[in-house]
Design a protein around this ligand. Sequence first.
Ligand SMILES: [Zn+2]
Length: 399
Amino acid sequence: MQVSLFLDSKVVSVGSPLTGIVGITLKEPASIDDISVRFRGVSVTARTEINGQGQVTQEVEQHTHVDIVTSLFDQPRGTILEPGEQILLFAFKVPVFSECTCLALQRRSTRACQHSAETADLGRTGLPPTFYANDEMYIDYRVIATVNRPGIFRFKKSASCIITVIPAMVGPASENSGDNVTEYKNVVLSAKCDKLPEEYFVPGALPKVSGMKKIFSLSLKHTYVHVPLKAEMVLYNNCEASLGEQIPLGLYISIEVDDVSRIIGILTIKLRSIKIVLESTASGYVWQDQVEGRGKTVILLQQDDLDVPLTPENGEDHVPRFRIDDKVLKSIELGKDIVPDFDIISLNHRHKIGAVIGLSFNDGDSRILGISHAIIINSGIYYDLDTHMLLPKLYQTAD
Ligand SMILES: [Zn+2]
């Protein structure tokens, strides 16, 4: 006997059907008790417990988020099936909420996973996404097809398949504030310019490099200057981004001089490289440590060997400001394979977006500066607790 399992899609979002077929191939007649298919999702996490004596122990927790079993066999137990192939269709609906109620209660005293009906209304936790950090920290969903045969010596036959679950954000209907968040970073780089007269060096201009390079530059046709830079990373849409959508990101560089005329004819700036990365971090409690950095970094975009001259957009205060993102990144989409942010007992998953920008001054060597900020990654699916409806997230900003 051979049992096989085929799914229409191994990636499913909450609220959608999870469909497939179970195939059974028999070479000879066989008696069958049951053919069933099960959709099961569990999380395994570990946390540190400190008892009254100050001893530290590790507790491994397992929570069951979904466990649905359906029989596909409508005949009496022990029915004999003739040789050949049986094709049985099945369909589950992926629930929006976890059936584990300890998550909502944040009950930390019991080991067993709670599934109490009366707490279901207290505030349910959305079904967490499929996730793997290590063998002590994961969320696993799978479909298992099982054929049960009568008799104690006849082992059941089964086949299973791992499922990627895309979660929903759960919350009351809310207007998107459309707020922007800006991260700043100040960096001072140096640049080699053509010889500058002493009259240039007034407050508000680029400062002259002191020390060795200054002495050196006295005898040459060049002057070394400091270039005080301010990098800006603007995250639109309240620092939130959805899977399959463009990252709402803006990148700027300003040179901190009092007027754009301080750099015209003195400093030419080129964008030489850019890298946009997304860092995922799973935090939990494994052994005695809160585990950070069990995540990974995904490069969303990388362009080296660029040679893009930057021209200043004159800001309100005459400070030369250069836009970076529109030169190279028309759009960076968040892949569907990124696991969104989530929070369950002893495990949360967070993201940070980072940009590494390579610049050159007056065609000198490329200089690197980096900037990063936390970003909330959601699935783009939204469950509205007021209407009890699943919605694609709305991106309308306030008028
Ligand atoms: Zn539980």
